[in-house]
Ligand binder design. Sequence first.
Ligand code: ZN
Length: 206
Amino acid sequence: MRERRYYADEWRACARSFPEILFINAMKSSRVLFLAGLVTGAVFLSGCGKKEGETAQSPDASATAKSAGDSPAGAPTAASGRQIEIAGNDTMKFSVTEIRAKAGESLSVTLTNVGTMPKFSMGHNWVLLKSASVLDKFVADAMQAATTDYIPMDRKADMIAHTRLLGPKEKDTVTFQAPKEPGRYPFLCSFPGHYQVGMRGELIVE
Ligand code: ZN
């Protein structure tokens, strides 16, 4: 959400002329802000006319996304569930493919994208589903859900938890309770094609 809002701001700014951006920033009186405005203006200019996916590659955008992902994932989550660290990489694999948990146990899963490829071509998320029986339909719908980072909004009822879609070096934490019913619950990256080549695993509730 934070990221999408950032894009919206950026596109609005693109509609303005560069001198106007400078003027607005100058009016904020602080010299630091003015200098920041120069830099921001340059980023806006370089972002103008690019597709959203490409814009995501600007250092400014990834910095914003990083802090958005990092701050809620700090100390408070440490107390709210057993910590599980999972890495996703450019070869479309999770470092953890099996998680064992007690029924109803609080879990805190942190996904880190340790790859280097751009988000629009190699983004990763971690999505835990309520049942293997919904897998095929979920994966098919996720492929069509580019505007919501490959999370199909009309299939929210099929998900137990999910992280946001991560670009290189980004991380996100999601805290949830394991199902009360013992069984095997699939998790996957819903970026198109990643599940098919093995970016998946299971939460086994005992
Ligand atoms: Zn992926």
